[in-house]
Design a protein around this ligand. Structure first.
Ligand SMILES: Nc1ncnc2c1ncn2[C@@H]1O[C@H](COP(=O)(O)OP(=O)(O)OP(=O)(O)O)[C@@H](O)[C@H]1O
Ligand SMILES: [Mg+2]
Length: 353
């Protein structure tokens, strides 16, 4: 699946933009502040239901407007185009696939699979576990069709459990079987995916950094207990703090080098490369499993990379043979050969070149 067309209304500085996107390489160039990253954000929003720059989608709404809209057509092969749209306004965010509202934004990733590598990618290592869980879960959504449903059920059960802990801890006990069942399933799916990822990860991180960085899955409760046992053991603590302490919502993927957290021993440029390797390894595995890799957005990809690293980065990406949409300050950017289509952005206006 590739993105074939994009219509953007009122996203940041872009009032309206309509683009036809080729399946190969697209280059978007323009000066600082012209709206290049905003275009990538719009595309990411279609497949993820959120931005990669901010947690609050409302910030993307163009100043003075009360709603943004992004509509895309996904090419599913053999001439089949599937419309996909997302709107964000005062009453929240609504996404539609072929005109029908989706129950959970997580469903979008099964219609349009998109990943981004942007200058803030190192936050995948630096910040808390939620980014790494999200990194992992997005890929597992693709591999296991039932995972979205289990994940939605588990998230709801955690919410209900927390609410019950506040109101009446005895009532909270009713949620434990559902938490245990769906929570164990999530942890097992994540572990299986990471296991499959290992060979791709080791090869990619070695190619990009020359380092033996390792990934470990901590499932979110102690290794010698079932989740049902862990929930039982933490009842008193849960009741005290009105919080569910054990479960895959507390999981993490530890990134380690020589037994120490990678973020403590690597330079910022190396952290960026490790984060890029995590992303690319995932795309390689998804490609191996499904035949096509997700659409990849590259925001200013050459920034902060030395010539040697940039060359291995380019090589890894070219091997994916996937739809690429990249930004650059320069019209001459030829990192991935001659682009199939070029757009020039100037103060929020987008025009084909
Ligand atoms: N909600 C908003 N409404 C209107 N304009 C906004 C909004 N949010 C951000 N902007 C403006 O949108 C412009 C485009 O930002 P964007 O990050 O897309 O530029 P860019 O082309 O990627 O620049 P750079 O080359 O510096 O990365 C900025 O000038 C910013 O001030
Ligand atoms: Mg930018």
């Amino acid at each position: 699946m590739t993105l074939a067309s994009l219509a953007v209304r009122d996203v940041r500085c872009i009032e309206r933009a309509d683009l036809e996107i080729p399946p190969g390489v697209t280059l978007i160039y323009g000066d600082n502040g012209s709206g290049k990253t905003s275009l990538l954000e719009s595309i990411f929003l279609l497949g993820r239901g959120r931005s990669f720059r901010t947690r609050s989608t409302e910030r993307l709404i163009r100043r003075g407007q009360d709603q943004l809209r992004v509509i895309g057509h996904i090419d599913r092969g053999e001439g089949l185009l599937q419309p996909l749209g997302i709107e964000c306004g005062p009453s929240g965010t609504v996404a539609r696939v072929a005109g029908h509202p989706v129950a959970s934004l997580a469903e979008l990733s099964q219609v349009f699979s998109v990943q981004v590598i942007e200058p803030g990618v190192h936050r995948l290592l630096e910040e808390g576990g939620h980014r790494r869980r999200r990194w992992l879960d997005w890929a597992v959504f693709h591999v296991e069709p039932g995972f979205v449903d289990t994940w939605v059920r588990y998230t709801r059960a955690v919410r209900q459990h927390n609410a019950a802990l506040k109101a009446d801890p005895q009532q909270a006990l009713v949620w434990e079987p559902e938490l245990a069942r769906t929570g164990e399933a999530i942890a097992a799916s994540r572990a299986a995916f990471l296991e499959q990822l290992q060979p791709y990860w080791q090869a990619t991180v070695a190619a990009l950094t020359g380092l033996e960085v390792q990934l470990f899955h901590h499932r979110g409760w102690s290794a010698d207990r079932t989740l049902a046992e862990a929930l039982e053991a933490s009842r008193a603590r849960d009741a005290l703090r009105h919080l569910t302490h054990a479960g895959p919502h507390r999981a993490d993927i530890a990134v380690r080098l020589g037994g120490r957290p990678a973020r403590d021993v690597l330079s910022r440029g190396q952290q960026k490369l490790v984060a890029v390797a995590m992303t690319l390894a995932q795309l390689q595995l998804l490609k191996a499993l499904s035949g096509t890799a997700p659409t990849l957005l590259l925001d200013d990809p050459a920034a902060e990379l030395d010539a040697g690293r940039l060359a291995s980065f380019i090589e890894q990406i070219v091997q994916l043979r996937t739809q690429l949409i990249m930004t650059s300050l320069s019209a001459e950017s030829r990192l991935f050969g001659a682009p199939e289509r070029v757009f020039y952005v100037d103060r929020g206006r987008v025009q084909p070149v």
